[in-house]
Design a protein around this ligand. Structure first.
Ligand SMILES: CC(C)(COP(=O)(O)OP(=O)(O)OC[C@H]1O[C@@H](n2cnc3c(N)ncnc32)[C@H](O)[C@@H]1OP(=O)(O)O)[C@@H](O)C(=O)NCCC(=O)NCCS
Length: 236
């Protein structure tokens, strides 16, 4: 863990969810720059990666996250007090909720003041066995909703439901759980719904989902521990 240093998030409103979507070029000079702002544990993690593409993506994710957070906290990317929990959740000191996800070539990053947040993104590639995926991962109400849709609409809807799950579980800081069918995001599929309460049958879970407006071929969802959040999204 980095030492506790307090930085005030500048320009971030109390009801704002700041989101940046980027498709970084993984050229040598950008990678060298991002590599230069990483902490020693982040460098060690990158060194352990033997797959060159995975390693480049890891470096880009860390470099971009540090640059994004440095802008909000008013410090150099290298000085961002960025750590990671044992379960893999990135965290910063000072009451800033952060999250990130990747769906190459895209990276999405989010931050909000004093909120638990999670974000996920997916490219809407064809799904060869949608029926089996639905059976394994979805809540009965979600499966019922998908059964009313055409095949292409159902595939798109599956990605909405999937990114909602991952975003929510990242907001909780836990990652995937054994039984994903306990989560019901079907309200997000209703026409015009851009935000909806998270439906999770376990007690004490008060979160909201926000569908993000992304370029075609992408689906992204955020989960946030409060309602009425203003999503401020930029495509870099
Ligand atoms: C969170 C999880 C669902 C994301 O998986 P994915 O679809 O492969 O990857 P995504 O692109 O959507 O997200 C990756 C990012 O999620 C974040 N993340 C990882 N684990 C997280 C967690 N437990 N809570 C919140 N966020 C998490 C990280 O920022 C990660 O990127 P980074 O490693 O570069 O910082 C998956 O990693 C998971 O279930 N992790 C928990 C499992 C665990 O306990 N691992 C322990 C080993 S670290």
């Amino acid at each position: 863990m980095p030492k506790a240093v307090s930085f005030e998030p500048g320009g971030l409103a109390t009801d704002e969810l700041r989101v940046v979507l980027a498709a970084p070029a993984l050229d040598e000079s950008s990678l060298a720059h991002w590599h230069g702002v990483m902490s020693q544990p982040e460098n060690m993690r990158a060194t352990r990666s033997t797959d060159p593409l995975k390693k480049s993506l890891l470096i880009a994710r860390r470099g971009l996250l540090r640059t994004f957070l440095g802008g909000l906290l008013g410090c150099a990317p290298r000085d961002v007090p960025l750590g990671v929990t044992a379960a893999g959740q990135p965290i910063v000191t000072g009451g800033l909720g952060i999250s990130m996800a990747a769906a190459p070539p895209w990276i999405v990053m989010a931050a909000a003041r004093n909120m638990q947040i999670g974000i996920d993104i997916a490219t809407t590639d064809p799904l060869p066995d949608l029926a089996a995926l639905c059976e394994h991962w979805l809540h009965p109400r979600e499966r019922k909703f998908l059964a009313t849709l055409s095949a292409s609409q159902a595939a798109q809807a599956f990605y909405v439901l999937w990114t909602a799950r991952e975003a929510y579980l990242k907001a909780l800081g836990i990652g995937l759980i054994d039984d994903m069918t306990t989560i019901d995001a079907s309200a997000l599929l209703e026409a015009g719904v851009l935000a909806s309460p998270v439906v999770d049958n376990r007690p004490g879970r008060h979160f909201w989902w926000y569908s993000l407006k992304t370029p075609g071929g992408l689906v992204a969802t955020a989960a946030v521990s409060r309602s009425g959040v203003r999503v401020n999204m930029a495509i870099a």
